[in-house]
Write a protein that binds this ligand. Structure first.
Ligand code: IPE
Ligand code: IPE
Ligand code: MG
Length: 256
């Protein structure tokens, strides 16, 4: 069985869910926010190492002002409502994305919760807010260029400069709402992720479907470019490095 440690979710379908019920889109976001708490709890119960939730993309700014401000308010509400549960459950919390554009009050709540939970050893819970996958990669590249002018960058260098390096590669990406795209989410970290698209709209998603998806995907074989066998991405990278040096040594001895 494949082990799933890091799950990332594109929480999509709030607006369509509400519209189908003749309600405004923001009603869908409010209902969707209840599901966030349920899924965090489920991830904690299963013992996942990391859960990353896409809550607001850099492209979502183009939505109507009222909708954008509702999403901002819901983030703040989540931080207040879930604060104690996050601390008590030993969850390590972090927000990734361009946090500087958030209101100071929200930034203060984020800073406080991030610092209180800095040494928590349980679930790594990440909110991607005002987040874009391309922007994250560019930010890392630019930081490297400034600190190492003229040097070329390795994969390790890039990973170290990502928003939250400790959560590493995504094992499983779930998108609710029926669309089959990744919408600029964790582009680098999802290179070898299993993808699962469910038609369920986010407000009607729940712990039981979440657990079913994880157990279904755990049965898939992840080959990481190999032919068969249950191997981890780290093992494959290590093997590839060893083979490369054997190959290079062999090649140079042929030349001699
Ligand atoms: C996802 O639901 C929430 C955010 C993007 C913030 P949507 O608002 O995109 O809902 P649909 O896709 O329009 O139904
Ligand atoms: C992706 O959903 C972003 C979030 C869930 C936060 P969108 O609804 O914004 O994505 P597109 O527009 O369908 O690609
Ligand atoms: Mg959408």
């Amino acid at each position: 069985m494949t082990s799933i440690n890091h799950v990332a979710i594109i929480m999509d379908g709030n607006g369509r869910w509400a519209n189908k019920r003749f309600r405004p889109r923001i009603w869908g976001h409010v209902r969707g926010s209840y599901v966030v708490s349920e899924i965090v709890q489920a991830a904690d119960d299963i013992g996942l190492r990391a859960l990353t939730l896409y809550a607001f993309s850099t492209e979502n700014w183009s939505r109507p002002l009222e909708e954008v401000s509702t999403l901002f308010k819901l983030l703040k509400k989540f931080l207040i409502k879930e604060r104690q549960r996050i601390i008590t459950n030993n969850i390590k919390f972090k927000v990734i994305g361009e946090v500087a554009s958030l209101p100071e009050e929200t930034r203060a709540l984020i800073r406080e919760l991030e610092s209180i939970t800095e040494f928590s050893t349980g679930l790594n819970l990440t909110f991607a807010f005002n987040y874009g996958g391309r922007a994250e990669i560019l930010r890392a590249v630019n930081a490297f260029t400034v600190s190492h002018p003229g040097k070329s960058m390795s994969e390790d260098d890039l990973e170290r400069l990502m928003y939250r390096p400790e959560t590493g590669n995504v094992d499983l990406m779930i998108r609710t709402g029926g669309e089959q795209r990744i919408s600029n989410f964790l582009l680098w970290q999802m290179a070898y992720a299993e993808l699962y698209f469910t038609p369920t709209k986010w407000p009607e998603f729940g712990a039981s479907e979440f657990k079913k998806i994880i157990s279904h995907v755990s049965g898939r074989e992840r080959r990481f470019g190999n032919v068969s066998g249950q191997v981890s991405l780290d093992q494959v990278v290590a093997t590839a490095e060893t083979n490369k040096s054997i190959y290079i040594q062999g090649a140079s001895s042929n030349v001699q």
